[in-house]
Design a protein around this ligand. Structure first.
Ligand SMILES: *[C@@H]1O[C@H](CO)[C@@H](O)[C@H](O)[C@H]1NC(C)=O
Length: 500
């Protein structure tokens, strides 16, 4: 039997919060009278990334139930691909979502690092854990290592990363087998991180930017989707459904922001039309960068630096209008309890990434003293912030079930998350190996997970605000790094501005 869940006793600040919460719940379910402890949530949202670490763990690793894993990744190919993050509840390193995670963690620090207080150092470490790996994955010119591990074999086991014995097959893109999507996103991540480290570690920052330039050149010169050449390995997991053009533009936008070089500005102008119109323009996630490109480039327009990029701002405006209830004919859906909802599983990835864009855009608007025009009415920056805060508060517990969707935050949170390491006994308490199929009994057990993956935000409730808290419902109970990455920025902002 797995050990019973061990809950840490809450620190005094949390006890007070619990008291306030329970008082509020007595009055009106799910609507606490006082705000959330955003600083606590911020700390936890970053701590989560330690639970996803692959490779040799450093002595200051705080999530102690994890151990070293995958120490020979890349060795069969004669390259060092140790490190990086497992993307979710399995033990594969998927380069495409990992790079997107690094880009969004970097954007969180760029826009909201000043709000992070004593958590800034931890956030920088979380970025660097990803970028150190992306530097390894792009060390061979005109090659990007895009995945380590056989996803079908891995998914056939319920094994701790420390015990993993499935094939660690290495997949790469190169001139003959291009992957402009994953290479473009890797370039974006390296460029964004170069901004993060510009004054904090100039030598590292220069390395990141130089590599971003090279990787982007490769992505642009040898065009193609990685899921054409690597389909059996990467699909249906992180298949590029959406084309690679958006990653090229996204990579150019970050390179422009990081380097201010004219060639990237010209690239953006030449390729402006690829964004077109239609639904996909309102998406933002590991596969689709459209709304992110528009918001990122709009900052330049709003700062009066790039009036020639006005079309991006028009797109960003209509994207924002589609999120604001009643402000647009093309309207995103909300659950009865008020959660932004998109179909396709792991809904929280949309909630956190779109809320991040709302908040980032509201700040850009505030600085330029403008509002968004939605048809006949205007939406103020404060309205955008309120909607973003509403989504954050829903995740933290203001919802019909009165539960937090972040593990270890609040009194009630997901206990049976779809995560191998969290649900199997820790290597510290159970050093003996647990084989591929021997883990099944833990997967099927109704018992709570023994190891708290503190800070993990799961896929979340369905359209009717229901949540089964059950491992097999992976679309609802699995955490991912790209759900948390934009959440770090949101929590940083609200920890510094709890009463906007
Ligand atoms: C949401 O989940 C609940 C509980 O698991 C279920 O009864 C309901 O049918 C689901 N709703 C939708 C729209 O899937």
């Amino acid at each position: 039997m797995p050990p019973r869940a061990r809950l840490p006793s809450p620190p005094p600040s949390q006890l007070l919060l619990l008291l306030l919460l329970s008082m509020a719940f007595a009055a009106q379910a799910g609507q606490p009278a006082e705000g959330h402890d955003y600083s606590d949530a911020l700390r936890k949202s970053i701590l989560f990334f330690e639970g996803q670490r692959s490779g040799k763990l450093p002595p200051d690793q705080r999530l102690r139930w994890r151990g070293d894993s995958a120490l020979r990744d890349g060795a069969a190919e004669g390259v060092d691909l140790t490190g990086g993050y497992y993307d979710a509840g399995d033990n594969i390193k998927f380069g495409f979502p990992m790079a997107f995670t690094a880009t969004l963690l970097s954007w969180s620090v760029i826009d909201f690092g000043r709000n992070m207080g004593d958590q800034l150092g931890e956030a920088l470490r979380a970025v660097r854990w990803a970028t150190d790996y992306i530097l390894k994955a792009t060390a061979v010119p005109e090659t990007v290592y895009v995945q380590v591990g056989d996803a079908f074999r891995d998914h056939g086991c319920w094994e701790r990363p420390e015990d993993m014995d499935t094939p660690r097959t290495v997949y790469k893109v190169n001139r003959a087998h291009p992957g402009s999507d994953v290479a473009g996103e890797s370039a974006a991540a390296l460029a964004a991180a170069s901004i993060v480290f510009r004054f904090r570690d100039p030598a590292y920052s220069r390395r990141l930017l130089d590599r971003a330039v090279e990787v982007f050149e490769f992505a642009d010169k040898y065009r193609g989707a990685y899921s054409s050449s690597l389909r059996p390995a990467v699909c249906p997991f992180y298949c590029d459904f959406d084309g690679y053009q958006d990653e090229l533009l996204w990579g150019a936008a970050w390179l422009h922001k990081a380097s201010r070089r004219r060639e990237y500005r010209e690239y953006i102008l030449r390729n402006e039309q690829i964004l077109g119109a239609g639904d996909t323009i309102n998406e933002f996630g590991w596969d689709n960068k459209h709304a992110g490109i528009n918001v990122l480039i709009s900052k330049e327009v709003l700062m009066g630096k790039a009036a020639y990029l006005e079309s991006f701002k028009n797109n960003a405006d209509s994207f924002i209008c589609s999120l604001l209830p009643g402000m647009s004919t093309l309207q995103v859906q909300y659950s009865p309890g008020g959660l932004l909802y998109k179909t396709g599983g792991s809904n929280m990835q949309h909630v956190t990434s779109l809320s991040f864009l709302l908040l980032a855009y509201s700040n850009y608007l505030s600085h330029s003293g403008t509002a968004v025009q939605c048809g006949g009415s205007a939406a103020s920056p404060a309205e955008l912030r309120r909607l973003a805060k509403r989504q954050v508060d829903y995740i933290l517990g203001d919802n019909p079930l009165g539960m937090s969707y972040m593990v270890g935050y609040g009194a009630k949170f997901p206990r049976r998350i779809h995560h191998r390491g969290s649900s199997l006994p820790s290597v510290r308490t159970h050093p003996a190996r647990i084989g591929c199929k021997a883990g099944s009994k833990y997967y099927l057990s109704p018992a709570p997970n023994p190891n708290l993956l503190v800070g993990a935000v799961v896929g979340g409730p369905n359209t009717t605000d229901a949540f089964p808290d059950s491992r097999p419902y992976f679309q609802q109970s699995e955490p991912t790094t790209y759900i948390n990455a934009p959440f770090v920025g949101l929590l940083a902002y609200f920890s510094a501005h709890s009463h906007p």
